[in-house]
Design a protein around this ligand. Sequence first.
Ligand code: GLN
Length: 480
Amino acid sequence: MQVENLTIDSVREGLARRAFSAVELATEALRFAGAENGKTNALLEICGERALAAARRVDAGIAAGEPPGPLAGVPVAVKDVILTGGVRTTAGSRLLANYNPPYDATAVIRLEQAGGVIIGKANCDEFAMGSSTENSAFGPVRNPVALDRVPGGSSGGSAASVAQGTSVVALGSDTGGSIRQPASFCGVVGVTPTYGRVSRYGLIAFASSLDHIGPFARNVKDAARLLGVIAGRDPADSTSAAAPVPDYLSQLDAGVSGLRIGLPVEYFKGLASETGDLIAKGIEVLGRLGCKVREISLPATEYAIACYYIIATAEASSNLARFDGVRYTCRSPESGTLSEMYRNTRGEGFGAECKRRIMLGTYVLSAGYYDAYYLKAQRVRHLIAQDFQRALAEVDALVTPVSPFPAFKLGEKLADPLEMYLSDIYTITCDLAGIPGLSVPCGRTAQGLPVGMQILAKHFDEPLMFRLAHAFEQAGGVEG
Ligand code: GLN
């Protein structure tokens, strides 16, 4: 068996034919991850014991004649901002370098109940702040498609692991693009579900009103299946939605003829030509499949980055206040007073980007500036959400690029945070509006770098988003 080429369907089929047992598959997946991970640094921890225990449960269930769960035996990577009880969870931060959480995130519980086998914890930008995974305290991740380039971020380890083959599917988190952007850089599928669709219980908080957990996969069907497993109301997260979870697989093949697609004009201005050309080809494919394509406007787009960096940093400054040296393992050893201990712990523990965000967030929330910055940004967020509401009343889905450029070289944008922030210009609005978004591979540049096409839909309209992406993929994407 070649673990790097497996899909959920091929795992199910292999288990059903008894071509391999779940333990044999897990053993091989662990061997492969152990041998290959050094090339990319995608995984921070390989969880051998936990993986084998999960695989043994799957085999025992099969032997007892129980129907296998939807993820039975499937090797999964979990971004290291998602808690795994008893397995080190660092959020890519020195502050949590030795943190062993006492419980599992709801998404983790659900994926193991479905038979999923967690192979490893995926590297990420510190507290999910970044667009390249270069902000990890444990070294950057290399893009498996081009090892001198970044995998995107902040869920770069999850995307790289799926692309490299050390997992079949993975969980990431997205606050402003951190699932779709790395998916596009690594040539895999990435999904940001509707806000509230997946419980955030056990997700280390960055910006709570923007944070989402979502899947990475090698194809749309696997991503849809994984979302079906982790979605749904959770009493432990009051913002998780009570809306019933549809069967995401049942409508995948329903076809897309007659669907109305909007192209937001603001997203196509000044687009790097190769990315623009590939997305244009992708749109042609959708046209050939019978979609009705037209231009549409989202006028508040130009304020999105500014609005995001006020709201996200404000919430981050509040969420990160819990890392004080008293709780969660790390404490600076040589401090006289309590406030010195806070200062030293945070000074030594947080990396530069986290400090930048905490300072910015504290500033925009401070008395006297709250109305001028934070409140104003909330108003702009409302305008952005209204833009989408208006547009998605006229069309069924929006199609855009995921990122203005493909994967860049390691170090290339490190010196200029503003340039780095631009990586998310097309993905951030979706999080601000709370609607679902997906990145599907849309060909490669002349240098062989993957480009992703983004599909955005109405709140809870993941079925339509999956249907469109699946039809595009089945047509062979832009290479078809
Ligand atoms: N790159 C964006 C940021 O740095 C988005 C991160 C994310 O989605 N977690 O905030």
